[in-house]
Design a protein around this ligand. Structure first.
Ligand code: PEP
Length: 257
C-alpha cells in the first residue's frame, strides 16, 4: 500500500487580517519548530483570506517556513469581466499550493452548484493548484439518503471530465459537523472516506486513488484528531474553528503525541 503524507489544513474562513496573519503564521512556525521531531512527517497548510496571501507568501519565503498555504476559493474563469472574482493564475503567482473548492459555506451561502465546483476544479488544475474538493451531506441528506450518497454524488460531479493523473485532495465534511461541536465518529468518517476512495478508483484509477489524500473535517479538535487519523482511509483533517487557536492547532498537528 502507498504511504500518504498526512495533511492538516487550517481554514481560517473570514478571520485574521494580513497583519494578524503574519503574527499567527510566525507563531505557528515557532510552535511547530519546537515540536519538530513529532511533526516532521505531517504537512501543514493554512487557508487565509485572499487579502492575506501576499503577506503570508512573503513571510513563508523569507523565513523558509515549512507551512504551505492556499486560498479558500477561486474563479472558474481565468480572466475577464468577473467583478470581485479571483483567478487561479493570481493564486499561482502568489505561490499558493492549494485551493479549497466547494466548501459547504460556499455551497449554501453563495449557491455554488456542482457544475461550478467542477469548473473550479478544472480551473485549479489549469493553474497547477491542488484543489481540495469539499463534499458532505446535511443532516437532512443523512436521514433521507444515508451516509455516503450525497458526498459520493458531489465528488463524482466535481470530477466530471477529469480522467487523467491529477493531484487532488478530497475533504469529507458533513455539514452537520461543521462548527457544531458535534464531530462525526471516526467510524462514520471512515465509512464515507472509503466510499469516496472507491469513486476515485472508478474515475481516476487505482494508482491515483491510492495516492490521493482524503481529509475529514467538522469540529476537529486536539481531543478527537487521533481517532480520525487511525482510520485507514482518513489522511488528515480540514480544521475550521480550532485552526484559529495556536495551541489547539499545534496540538492537532502533533496528534501522534
Ligand atoms: C470547516 O469549515 O471546514 C470546518 C471543518 O469547520 P470546524 O472545524 O469549525 O467545524
Amino acid at each position: 500500500t502507498v504511504r500518504r503524507t498526512p495533511l492538516i489544513a487550517g481554514n481560517w474562513k473570514m478571520n485574521l487580517d494580513h497583519l494578524q496573519a503574519i503574527a499567527f503564521v510566525q507563531k505557528l512556525a515557532w510552535g511547530l519548530a519546537d515540536a519538530k521531531h513529532d511533526v516532521a512527517s505531517v504537512e501543514v497548510a493554512v487557508f487565509p483570506p485572499f487579502t492575506d496571501l501576499r503577506s503570508v507568501q512573503t513571510l513563508v519565503a523569507a523565513d523558509k517556513l515549512p507551512i504551505a498555504f492556499g486560498a479558500q476559493d477561486l474563479s472558474e474563469h481565468d480572466s475577464g469581466a468577473y467583478t470581485g472574482e479571483i483567478s487561479g493564475a493570481f493564486l499561482s503567482a502568489l505561490d499558493c499550493s492549494y485551493v479549497l473548492i466547494g466548501h459547504s459555506e460556499r455551497r449554501t451561502l453563495h449557491g455554488e452548484s456542482d457544475e461550478q465546483v467542477s469548473g473550479k476544479v478544472r480551473a485549479a488544475l489549469r493553474h497547477n493548484l491542488v484543489p481540495i474538493i469539499c463534499v458532505g451531506e446535511t443532516s437532512d441528506d443523512l436521514e433521507k439518503h444515508g451516509p455516503s450518497a450525497v458526498p459520493v454524488a458531489q465528488l463524482k460531479a466535481a470530477l466530471s471530465g477529469i480522467t487523467s493523473t491529477v493531484d487532488i485532495v478530497v475533504a469529507y465534511e458533513p455539514v452537520w459537523a461543521i462548527g457544531s461541536g458535534q464531530a462525526a465518529t471516526p467510524e462514520q468518517a471512515e465509512q464515507v472516506a472509503a466510499a469516496l476512495r472507491a469513486v476515485l478508483v472508478d474515475t481516476l484509477g487505482e494508482d491515483v486513488a491510492q495516492k490521493t489524500r482524503i481529509l475529514y473535517g467538522g469540529s476537529v479538535k486536539s481531543s478527537n484528531i487521533a481517532g480520525f487519523m487511525r482510520e485507514p482511509n482518513v489522511d488528515g483533517a480540514l480544521v475550521g474553528g480550532a485552526s484559529l487557536d495556536l495551541n489547539e492547532f499545534t496540538s492537532i498537528v502533533r496528534y501522534q503525541k
